[in-house]
Design a protein around this ligand. Structure first.
Ligand SMILES: O=P(O)(O)O[C@@H]1C[C@H](O)[C@@H](CO)O1
Length: 308
């Protein structure tokens, strides 16, 4: 085990702070931007601030809190679960080992299934704002260039695979449960799509050309998180479900007005109508997260119930 991963200390603190029935969560949940209320239906909740846990960073992005929530989800005795109420992004300055540390702690606690959520921009023009995308693949240019792969460097555990196949990354078992849950909740067919997530480092949103490039490369949505967590979870042997909430379009038709044509028209005495600028903002991302938090929460709760 690597020196820089203080698992023993983290697990000791959790063992001291948690009652016995919450100490072995079966499902781990990562709450994306604006989605930390996913944990609001847990019972017997114990929140552990990241500041109490060695190895954890601090979430500095609005819409992300800095605490783990442990609790029970579902009817009857309930299923013990744990949720990250805020995640770490590399663009905040966190090291990749910090970004994925909570996922490795989930594994040490015995978590076998991870549900990772995020807010994402739509590259596929068929995916409207507010829809959920069950991720079935990813495109991670930062990984392919070597510098931002969280599995780079010495193995955290000698039992981990050095070369990990990624052809079966996204659990078919969990995706089946998602669509069964959506059926039970009577969600419309168009509420959930299936697609590929492109990971970019951020914190800048995409230029129109970058958006078109990622779309042409086969991605349906784009975001600034998730893939490092997915890779660590798979390396730890956990099953992974990723749900992206579409919060904004990335590819905007007519994003290149011809200024040359407009100037020529103005010089010729014509009135030129200025189209309103369409610019994405984190506030918009958080607002869609807030609007859709309930449906995301019901889906997550139902999946956990079906896993039981
Ligand atoms: O943590 P997620 O991936 O949900 O957050 C997305 C990506 C950026 O952190 C932020 C941009 O608005 O939202």
């Amino acid at each position: 085990m690597s020196e820089s991963q203080p698992f023993t200390s983290t697990l000791d603190v959790l063992a001291r702070m948690l009652p016995e029935h919450l100490l072995k969560p079966r499902v781990g949940i990562v709450c994306g931007s604006g989605l930390s209320t996913l944990a609001s239906s847990f019972r017997d909740v114990v929140e552990v601030p990241y500041s109490e846990l060695e190895g954890f960073g601090k979430s500095t992005v609005s819409g992300h809190r800095s605490a783990l929530a442990f609790g029970l989800l579902g009817p009857g005795a309930g299923v013990p679960v744990v949720a990250m109420l805020g995640r770490f992004h590399t663009y905040e300055g966190h090291k990749l080992s910090t970004v994925v540390y909570p996922i490795r702690v989930f594994a040490k606690l015995g978590v076998q299934n991870v549900i990772i959520t995020n807010a994402a921009g739509a590259l596929n023009p068929k995916f409207p704002v507010g829809t959920i995308v069950a991720i079935h693949d990813h495109l991670a240019i930062p990984n392919m260039t070597g510098s931002l792969n969280p599995l780079f460097g010495p193995l955290v555990d000698p039992d981990h695979p050095r070369f990990m196949p990624l052809s079966d990354t996204y659990s078919t078992k969990l995706r089946r449960l998602l669509f069964l849950a959506a059926h039970e909740l009577q969600l419309e067919d168009s509420a959930i799509y299936e697609g590929t997530y492109a990971w970019v480092s951020g914190p800048t949103y995409e230029t129109p050309a970058e958006g078109r490039f990622l779309r042409a490369a086969g991605a349906d949505v784009v975001g600034m998180s998730t893939v490092p967590e997915v890779l660590a979870a798979r390396q730890e042997g956990m099953e992974v479900l990723v749900l992206s909430l579409v919060t904004n379009p990335v590819i905007i038709p007519d994003s290149y007005r011809s200024i040359k044509a407009e100037v020529k028209a103005e010089l010729a005495g014509q009135k030129v109508k200025q189209p309103p600028a369409q610019v994405v903002s984190h506030e918009e991302v958080l607002s869609v997260g807030k609007q859709k938090a309930e449906v995301m929460k019901s889906l997550v709760a139902h999946i956990v119930e079906l896993l039981n």
